[in-house]
Write a protein that binds this ligand. Sequence first.
Ligand code: CA
Length: 392
Amino acid sequence: MTTVEIERGSLFEEANLPYGVFSTQSDSPRVGVRVGEMVVDLALALGDEVFATPSLNAFMAQGYRRWVEVRQRVREAISKELPDAAVHRVEEVKMHLPIEVGDYVDFYASIHHASNLGRLFRPEGEPLSPNWRHMPIGYHGRSGTVVVSGTDIVRPCGQLKPPDAPVSVFGASRRLDIEAELGFVIGTSSEIGSRLAVGEFAERVFGIVLLNDWSARDIQAWEYMPLGPFLGKSFATSISAWVVPLLALEAARVPTPQQCPEPLEYLQEAEPWGLDIDLSISWNGHEVSRPPYREMYWSPAQMLAHMTANGASTRTGDLYGSGTISGPRKDQRGAFIELSWGGSEPVKVGNEERHYLQDGDEVAISATAPGPDGARIGFGEVRGRILPALLQ
Ligand code: CA
């Protein structure tokens, strides 16, 4: 038997308890909880077969009351001795995609990011499109290319039109970028023809991951008119291995910034709240930005209500991204197109300079949030390295 020790100041104290899917040399992928630097095998620790599966989906589908109950049972289990086989050191396990991703939607909820991109893509016009302050703008992405942190990313190829070329060419993206976001994981499904109200968010959404929406800006710039993002985005989206339960983030709730004009009734919350989550973007080991999630204009509940306002159903495992998280300051921008101002200003990466990603570059996004009683809640990281394109 063994007891789980947690180091003082750990980002994975009892206040956090994020879920993930791990495997060992002897065991196939199964659900675990991270406690300090350990991973607890929940099927063994709780004697519950719903955790002996390679995704969180079956557990999430059991609903909000079960999420509360299991969190309490995990706390009790880790306060006692556990079988040796139920406890592993985090560096000794392999992490897998934690959820079977249903539908994937990506929003655009940062007013700072949307304004910056508007200035870069449409320098002659208003930074924000006329609809932006009236509803959370989004698009449907490709769930089949959502990959877990640590997965290498092959530089995408596609149609691009260099500024000096008369017509488009096919080739490797030269303007490969990131977007630092949060991803919201839907726990329980809703029926087609029904709508989810803003007030249902906290009992429908199971947890949050870090998300990197890899973006090929040159492919995107040529293809996006008039139907929006397509192949410039769909080649890969990375998420962190640990899903932080929404239940762990109650102390991190903060009011959203003032919304003007007042949104339509289905988007109104009595007290709209966002989350006080601090992100950090590291490029080849050098921190280049610290985006603050608390600055996001549209709340996660408003995004969920808007996504189902037309009667679209949701399923367990659906994932929606917040959109790039950018704050008002330059060192809070969540994409390299903003940090390099469209590729015109070099970004200092250690002793080197960059505008966009080069082959071999590695990006890691991490985050923390306040927990109860001075604790900090860690999200782990979402990491990815760029491999050369398959065709040159
Ligand atoms: Ca995005």
